[in-house]
Design a protein around this ligand. Structure first.
Ligand code: SAM
Ligand code: SF4
Length: 353
């Protein structure tokens, strides 16, 4: 197998036999030796919020229903991922996964797979208060709730919906249901984000949530992202250091994207420098869209159509081989900082963040 080194942490022991195509078995590996064990599944491209950095106010042209994976197709792909491809963790996302009525059923089906994968959810938290317990019962263990500010006026401006109280109730319900940890994902507004970060960290420390601040990426549907306008991890860290006593967390990061800081007095905060300090060399992710396309990267410009393959009668071995081939072709990095970078056609909400 031909594996090209990235000059970064070695993630696999590779035989030196040359091969131009993906291995037929073993881990889900790419030509750089990275092994994908973390599957991100988008359950829907629809959403009940309209975050300015993600979706336009009028929404998008949603995927037609016959293009969406049917529950049995999704369950089959999850089984193939876990039992044939070595996937050990599955994160459900979207769009907004709570908009998907079958979320609890999908989680329960995933939970029944052996070896049982770790199951997590990324949600905007609207409606979570009513479903947190059922999600936990179905097999959910951890949750990330997206919240960019705790100021109601700014929340309404960023999401174009007045739903802050719903999200706060969702967070509280997640904690009460025993989901652990409860993480808060924040993408900061370029104008107000540094103030928001300070208030968010205070709020999270007070409630026992783990804050993760994510650099804004060029994945908005309007292609309006501008280099230099979005706040960088360095800006965010410098601001937080003015208000909190932060020391670097020395535990090995592995493939975790967040650089973690211990906060004096207890708690942690993570900063995910997806753009300014890319962590592609340690990437362990593979992605499945709601319409059954495998993507080997958020920024991939090509997809592999597993829905079509399944609907044309392919057996599990053929689906597995197609998934392996898709991952084998994964690029070294997202290329955001390259002069020729081209944003993918699909926005974040249709890929699954
Ligand atoms: N609707 C759910 C939510 O907001 O958590 C799940 C899907 S959303 C696409 C997943 C994550 O992607 C959220 O934390 C969101 O803030 C983040 N996100 C969306 N657009 C982004 C962008 N352009 N850059 C960085 N993160 C983004
Ligand atoms: Fe919806 Fe999540 Fe995109 Fe906001 S970030 S519009 S909540 S998909």
């Amino acid at each position: 197998m031909t594996v090209v080194g990235l000059g970064l942490p070695s993630v696999a022991t590779i035989s030196s036999a040359p091969a131009t195509s993906a291995p037929a078995d073993g881990p889900l590996i790419d030509t750089f030796g990275r092994i994908a064990t973390d599957l991100r599944v988008s359950l829907t491209d629809r959403c009940n919020l309209r975050c300015t950095y993600c979706m336009p106010a009028e929404g998008l042209d949603w995927l037609e229903s016959d293009r969406l994976l049917r529950p049995a197709e999704l369950t089959r792909l999850l089984r193939i991922a876990v039992t044939r491809l070595g996937i050990t963790s599955v994160r459900f996302t979207g769009g907004e996964p709570l908009v998907a009525k079958h979320l609890e059923d999908v989680i329960a089906a995933t939970s029944s797979l052996r070896p049982r994968p770790e199951i997590t959810l990324t949600t905007n938290g609207v409606g979570l208060a009513r479903r947190a317990e059922a999600l936990k019962r179905a097999g959910l263990r951890r949750i990330n709730v997206s919240l960019d500010t705790v100021d109601p006026t700014r929340f309404a401006a960023i999401t174009r919906r007045d739903r802050l109280s719903d999200v706060l109730a969702g967070l509280a319900a997640a904690k009460a249901a025993g989901l652990d940890p409860v993480k808060v994902n924040a993408v900061l507004d370029p104008e107000t984000g540094l103030d928001d970060a300070v208030a968010l960290l205070r709020f999270c420390l007070e409630h026992g949530y783990q804050l993760r601040i994510i650099e804004q990426m060029p994945l908005d549907a309007g292609h309006a992202w501008e280099r230099g306008r979005a706040l960088s991890a360095d800006d965010i860290l410098a601001t937080l250091q003015q208000h909190f006593d932060l020391t670097p967390d020395t535990a090995p990061r592995g493939s975790a994207p967040a650089e973690l800081w211990q906060v004096g007095g207890g708690g942690t905060v993570g900063i995910i420098a997806s753009v300014s300090h890319a962590f592609c060399s340690a990437c362990d992710r593979t992605r499945l869209t709601a319409d059954g396309q495998v993507r080997n990267c958020l920024f991939a410009r090509q997809e592999t159509d597993l829905r079509l393959l399944m609907r044309s009668g392919a057996d599990d071995a053929a689906v597995e081989a197609a998934w392996r081939a898709a991952m084998w072709a994964k690029a070294a990095g997202h290329g955001i900082n390259d002069p020729g970078f081209v944003q993918p056609d699909r926005p974040m909400s249709a890929i699954g963040g």
